[in-house]
Design a protein around this ligand. Structure first.
Ligand code: ATR
Length: 495
């Protein structure tokens, strides 16, 4: 189930929020602590009006909410609202004291037992535990303890490493006897647990309307992009590892592709600090293949049983697939870079090229061109690195300051650094390079789509190619490695 957490301060606005998201969600969590005080008096009517199973949650500041009341006062308010309405669930924190749940009321009024009243009304208690900083050491026994009274245990905790994420995924198997439980990994490391909530063993995942905080996903993204609620035992898991990784456009290539060919698979971003930990996760949840981005393209090499010639030459791998129990590494950056200029290369129109940058991306570009007999000159801010790559690939190198000397003599210019990328859109590392002869100008930056360099080149009648062309080409090749099918030609990718 995908559960929308309301973030509005009035019931009317919260209802509108539910309406806008209705086709993406199965249930709602009404956050009473976010409502204005005057709204609470009518909060009981909310479940009936929104017509979806609703959780009543009155969150304290220490657990990430807004309520500053004492537990006693908070529970008194919660009781009033919940017992009058048609709520399906109520969230009560695990450390709320028994004495705060048995509300005495006025002096001569009878004693109430809130938990009993809820049970009699058929409202399920979600017994929640939050840790906004880490994973507690006793996580598994904690869940077992919370489930003891027949309540639904909920743990919302914060993984800080990929190994913490492995611990969360282990809960599925270790706690499989507890059928109804809620497990949420918060923060950036937790994103994969929110998407793959079913593989964690969680009965639901929480979503917001907008992705307002790190780690949060919108209901629309969970439902339409990831189809998180359709994951089952037969779903093959793919993903991308990197650090950072959450901004990546790759899920928008692979998930629609899988859907179009009716392949029961999902592609998820995994924030990874240490590659070693990720391989543990890959074994645990049987990941079938994954993309690799900065800074792990080299780090994965020791774990691969088989690599292609390009991976060996470049010393970097961006695609890993599981073949007959072994991890195989390929490099689709290499072919993805070549795809948009394939015709010109084959027609012999590219004889010489200037490459700016000497990092990981540049290595793939230089090797791809050298293997196609293009004469390459490398320029880089740190000349020493340009020199090294040039000697390894039998290329030339040049100081960035001397670029203008090549203005009329190259057929292709490739910009491989981050210069010109959003938010530094005014930067142009090739500003001294004037396009005296129209050539092909290829900028690996994909945000913005047209960098200052590409705009300038276009004005000078050059053919321009941007980073999203390469991103899409390499993504389509990865899709082939993952699924064994060509990328569906009818999907119009506009990244
Ligand atoms: P990638 O895998 O994306 O190529 P990388 O291996 O970190 O990333 O390489 C970054 C490249 O961009 C390098 O060539 C780097 O130049 P240095 O070798 O001098 O570090 C270049 N680069 C990054 N920021 C730059 C800047 N502000 N000006 C010029 N070059 C820059």
């Amino acid at each position: 189930m995908i559960c929308l957490t309301t973030t509005e301060n009035t019931l009317t606005k919260a209802l509108k929020q539910v309406e806008r998201n209705k086709s993406y969600i199965d249930m709602v969590e009404l956050r009473l602590d976010l409502l204005e005080e005057g709204e609470l008096a009518s909060a009981q009517i909310f479940p009936r009006l929104c017509a979806l199973p609703t959780i009543a949650t009155y969150r304290r500041v220490c657990d990430g909410g807004k309520s500053q009341m004492s537990d006693k006062a908070r529970m008194t308010n919660l009781r009033k609202i919940v017992l009058q309405g048609d709520f399906s669930y109520v969230d009560i924190e695990e450390d709320v004291k028994k004495s705060d749940l048995k509300i005495k009321g006025e002096e001569d009024s009878p004693k109430y037992d809130f938990e009993n009243e809820l049970k009699q009304k058929g409202i399920k208690i979600i017994r929640s535990f939050h840790d906004m900083e880490k994973l507690p050491a006793n996580l598994f026994s904690l869940v077992t303890k919370l489930a003891k009274k027949g309540d639904i245990p909920k743990v919302a905790v914060t993984p800080n490493t990929i190994i913490d994420v492995v611990t969360l995924f282990k809960m599925n198997e270790e706690l499989k006897d507890i059928k109804e439980k809620i497990i949420i990994g918060m923060g950036d490391f937790g994103v994969c647990t929110r998407i793959l909530y079913k593989k964690v063993g969680s009965m639901l995942t929480f979503a917001s309307e907008d992705e307002i905080a790190p780690g949060q996903l919108s209901a629309k993204t969970l439902k339409l992009l990831y189809k998180a609620d359709q994951v089952n035992n037969r779903t093959n898991v793919y993903g991308i590892i990197g650090n950072p990784v959450l901004h990546t456009a790759s899920p928008m290539i692979h998930n629609p592709g899988f859907e179009a060919i009716h392949y029961n698979a999902i592609y998820v971003p995994f924030l990874v600090d240490k590659v070693r930990g990720f391989f543990k996760l890959a074994e645990l949840i049987k990941i079938h293949g994954f993309s690799v981005t900065v800074p792990h393209k080299r780090d994965v090499l020791p774990y691969l049983g088989k690599i292609t010639r390009e991976v060996k030459q470049i010393g970097a791998c961006n695609t890993v697939t599981r073949i007959q129990g072994m991890w195989k590494g390929t490099n689709t950056d290499y072919y993805g870079f070549l795809a948009p200029i394939e015709k010109e290369i084959n027609d012999g129109k590219i004889k010489s090229a200037l490459i700016v940058g000497a990092g990981g991306a540049s290595r793939a570009v230089v090797w791809a061109l050298r293997n196609h007999h293009v004469k390459v000159t490398i320029a880089n801010r740190t000349l020493e690195k340009a020199k090294l790559l040039a000697s390894e690939t039998m290329s030339n190198y040049i100081e960035l300051e001397d670029l203008s000397s090549l203005s009329s003599s190259v057929d292709l210019v490739v910009q491989t650094t981050i210069v010109g990328m959003t938010p530094n859109e005014d930067a142009d590392i090739l500003e001294d390079f004037t396009f005296e002869n129209p050539c092909i100008v290829y900028d690996l930056v994909y945000k913005p789509r047209y960098t200052k360099l590409l705009k300038r080149a276009k004005k000078a009648n050059c053919k321009v190619i941007n980073g999203s062309d390469m991103l899409i080409s390499q993504g389509k090749l990865q899709f082939e490695s993952f699924s064994g099918y060509h990328y569906p030609h009818w999907i119009n990718l506009n990244l």
